[in-house]
Design a protein around this ligand. Structure first.
Ligand code: GDG
Length: 438
């Protein structure tokens, strides 16, 4: 948002509910254009195609993706509506950045409506390997939709490579290296790993009121106990259940007890009308109940489960209070929570236990990396994190903080927008479509 504000941009987005504003409005210095989505479309476009076909498929099919023909045309319809709103609002030769899996047809549609625009696309979630994406009955349409952009951005190089392989296999276009020729146009497909506004988190972590709150949390949980923390949307991709089972293992085998260890698990409610999300909530809540039933003492419980969205100050206080941060998704595009935890460790203590299958694992390679499918391995990694010497913690935190500082979210935006400018001027120089020469 600050980046868009700085460029005096317009945000085109779903208002989120039927009661929400229908007319464009100014909020916090940003011009917002709401796109309406009907209840039927919420069911078929959003909960259906976006979150029951694409979301699981793109996350390694860690839940079975469902494909229904009656979900596809609402996806096309809503994408067209977004493209129309953007086409109507964009200034001549403006840059348009289309974001995420809900809108993969927009780049192609927008290019057809407004060939003068420079179009970037960024996918926040993983882009799957050929063998998985090939399942999608509408695979060619999605690929062609994305190829309407000048730059197609991914979180990781692997995602970009998967995309280029798929383009070569399922479209008539040819990709070599990071470049794909689409008629006269050069489309660039490469990684732009997203990051955080590190200064914002450092400022929050230095705020005396938030530091006091962190001390209060420590005192409430028990000064002598090691505090483990998990912060996730309540999503089956986040590996919350296996993390709970790993903590259970550590308590069961006698390595630790409720007197020396506590897990605070924050779960932000998410997509609660999709069946798989109801199931993961039930699974997590059953496990929390079992673990607490088995290992609690009258005055102490091993797992504090907070199913709500915390105010940012409270979230940061928890980052400061926690000795070990557990980030164990089965697959994740990047995972910003991991970066935020590192940013908030102002005294250089703390250990991050991080799944190998997150985009963040590329940069945060001094975390204790785990395979989230390996229960014993995860229990062992958490144990290792708990007993890591303070000097080693500091070495690792400092190294990871430096990496985050070197590439913030502002660098991400500048790189992406810079690549869009470069790619579109290259295509025009090579005789690509413009409004004057369609
Ligand atoms: C998608 C991709 C990719 C969480 N709990 C609270 C809270 N949060 C904030 C965190 C963080 C954000 O939500 C979560 O971001 P993640 O990256 O961890 O995960 P997704 O929501 O799945 O995001 C992911 C990301 O897009 C960006 O490209 O990294 O791979 O799946 O910023 O701080 N914020 C507050 N209270 C909470 O309780 N205030």
């Amino acid at each position: 948002m600050p980046i868009l504000r700085e460029h005096r941009g317009v945000w085109v987005g779903w208002a989120g509910s039927l009661e929400a504003a229908r007319e464009p409005f100014l909020h916090d210095g940003l011009f917002n254009v709401p796109v309406p989505i009907s209840p039927d479309e919420v069911e078929n476009y959003y909960e259906g195609f976006s979150n029951s076909s694409l979301w699981p498929l793109y996350h390694d099919a860690c839940q079975t993706p469902h494909y229904h023909r009656h979900w596809w045309s609402p996806y096309v319809e809503v994408n067209r509506r977004f493209a129309e709103h953007a086409a109507e609002r964009a200034a001549p030769h403006a840059r348009v950045l289309v974001q995420d899996y809900h809108l993969q047809l927009v780049p192609g549609m927008l290019r057809a409506m407004r060939p003068d625009l420079k179009i970037g696309f960024f996918l926040h979630i993983p882009f799957p390997p050929v063998e998985l994406f090939a399942q999608l009955p509408w695979r060619q349409q999605i690929l062609e939709g994305l190829l309407g952009a000048d730059v197609v951005g991914f979180q990781t190089r692997a995602g970009a490579q998967n995309f280029i392989r798929l383009v070569n296999r399922y479209t008539p276009h040819r990709g070599v290296g990071q470049a794909i020729m689409v008629g006269q146009r050069h489309v660039q497909a490469r990684e732009f790993p997203i990051s955080i506004d590190i200064e914002r988190f450092e400022t929050l972590a230095n705020d005396p009121a938030i530091i006091d709150r962190a001390q209060e949390i420590r005192a409430e949980l028990g000064e002598h106990r090691t505090i483990l923390l998990g912060v996730d949307r309540l999503d089956y991709t986040k590996g919350i259940d296996i993390r709970l089972r790993a903590v259970d293992e550590l308590l069961k085998c006698g390595r630790h007890s409720v007197n020396d260890l506590v897990l605070v698990q924050v779960c932000v409610p998410s997509r609660e009308s999709v069946d798989e999300y109801v199931e993961v909530r039930n699974r997590v809540e059953k496990l929390v109940g079992q673990i607490n039933g088995e290992h609690s003492e009258v005055a102490q419980v091993p797992v504090h489960y907070l199913r709500r969205n915390l105010p940012i100050e409270e979230l940061v206080a928890n980052y400061i209070a926690a000795d070990v941060m557990l980030v164990t998704p089965l697959r994740d595009g990047m995972n910003l929570v991991a970066k935020e935890y590192i940013a908030c460790r102002m005294n250089d203590s703390g250990v991050l236990v991080l799944s190998e299958f997150t985009g963040a694992a590329r940069e945060l390679d001094r975390a204790v990396l785990v395979n989230p499918h390996d229960l014993d391995g995860m229990a062992h990694a958490i144990d290792l994190a708990i007993s890591m010497p303070i000097t080693e913690q500091a070495r690792r935190i400092r190294s990871m903080r430096q990496k985050i500082r070197r590439r913030t979210v502002f660098d991400w935006a500048n790189d992406l927008l810079g690549a869009v400018d470069a790619a579109s001027s290259f295509s025009m120089a090579a005789g690509g479509a413009t409004r004057e020469s369609p």
